[in-house]
Design a protein around this ligand. Structure first.
Ligand SMILES: Nc1nc2c(ncn2[C@@H]2O[C@H](COP(=O)(O)OP(=O)(O)OP(=O)(O)O)[C@@H](O)[C@H]2O)c(=O)[nH]1
Ligand SMILES: [Mg+2]
Length: 286
């Protein structure tokens, strides 16, 4: 059940709502999601493996973006159902993606998201257009944010699920580790609190995660590309990073349900976005 679409259309919001957990981070900025993140839902007689992906970047500008698009390519190849997400004001569907989906022979569901922002007439016209783009698809208006018509999406998916043994154990929620989710929560705060190119110049690594009975000690490293960006992340007298740490800690505590000690360092790693070894270390495939 692979979710794909252009940046910022609400793919992650939709996956989280369908899974019922905040697995993917969500912000109003494009390119929030950088990885492929699985969310697994189990019922008595079914297992749905949702796969959130980065938004499609038409012309990747650096290796990190190429690696993000690798995740999209893989998701196009291994889907047994597509959930293509778009909105009223979304840019054109990438022609290659459109033809790949249409030729795949795999069931396609199109979610026209954010319809809470639009008039009904306009929505109806857009649904018709989408039907002509994807003749074999089921097209559905939804609002991931307001949880409108998500049962409609679920029913369509359930009907189209292939017969198969479950891929994952029934108590598994995702394929990602706690370290990954902690680093994502920190990156979400960076997307929220810093402007312009800063969030796109940053990667977060959790290099220590030590759990004891009553608390978890975590150390994270924020990698930036330049010395000036380090100064911006730290802020005047370290105020910016203090706020970042406080807000991230609250969310991590909520996510893991335990008391957290969070320590964050900032390191300059010149042009890490182009560095294959660094990208591999951060979990990207090239
Ligand atoms: N009004 C409205 N806003 C929505 C809806 N769904 C998502 N959003 C908002 O759209 C923005 C982007 O949402 P995301 O879920 O991060 O979008 P995405 O497609 O995963 O974005 P990338 O990971 O950057 O490709 C956020 O500000 C969401 O709150 C919706 O149904 N209605
Ligand atoms: Mg996303």
């Amino acid at each position: 059940m692979n979710i794909i679409g252009n940046p910022n259309v609400g793919k992650s919001t939709l996956m989280n709502a369908l899974v019922g957990e905040n697995l993917s981070i969500i912000t109003s900025k494009v390119q929030t999601t950088r990885h492929r993140i699985l969310g697994i839902v189990n019922g008595d007689d079914f297992q749905i493996v949702y796969s959130d992906t980065p938004g499609i970047i038409k012309n990747p500008g650096y290796k990190l973006q190429e690696a993000m698009m690798k995740f999209v390519e893989t998701a196009i190849e291994d889907a047994d159902i597509f959930l293509y997400v778009t909105t009223m004001d979304d840019s054109e569907i990438h022609p290659d993606i459109k033809s790949k989906l249409n030729k795949s022979g795999v069931p396609i569901i199109i979610a026209l998201n954010k319809i809470d922002l639009s008039k009904q007439d306009a929505v109806a016209a857009k649904l018709e257009l989408l039907k002509s783009d994807f003749p074999n698809a089921e097209v559905l208006p939804v609002s991931a944010l307001h949880k409108f018509n998500l049962d409609g999406i679920f029913k369509l998916i359930y009907d189209k699920l292939p017969e198969s043994e479950p891929f994952y154990p029934k108590d598994e929620l995702t394929d990602k580790t706690m370290r990954f989710f902690v680093s994502e929560i920190i990156r979400e705060k960076i997307l929220l609190f810093y402007k312009k190119e800063v969030p796109y110049s940053v990667e977060v690594e959790v290099d220590m995660y030590k759990e004891s009975d009553d608390r978890i000690d975590i150390h994270a490293i924020i990698y930036v590309m330049r010395e000036t960006q380090k100064g911006i992340i730290l802020g005047h007298q370290g105020r910016a990073i203090k706020r970042l740490g406080t807000e991230a800690r609250k969310d991590i505590e909520e996510f893991v349900g335990k008391h957290i000690f969070l320590d964050i360092s900032v390191k300059v790693k010149k042009d890490w976005r182009e560095n294959e070894n660094m990208l591999k270390k951060f979990g990207y495939q090239l």
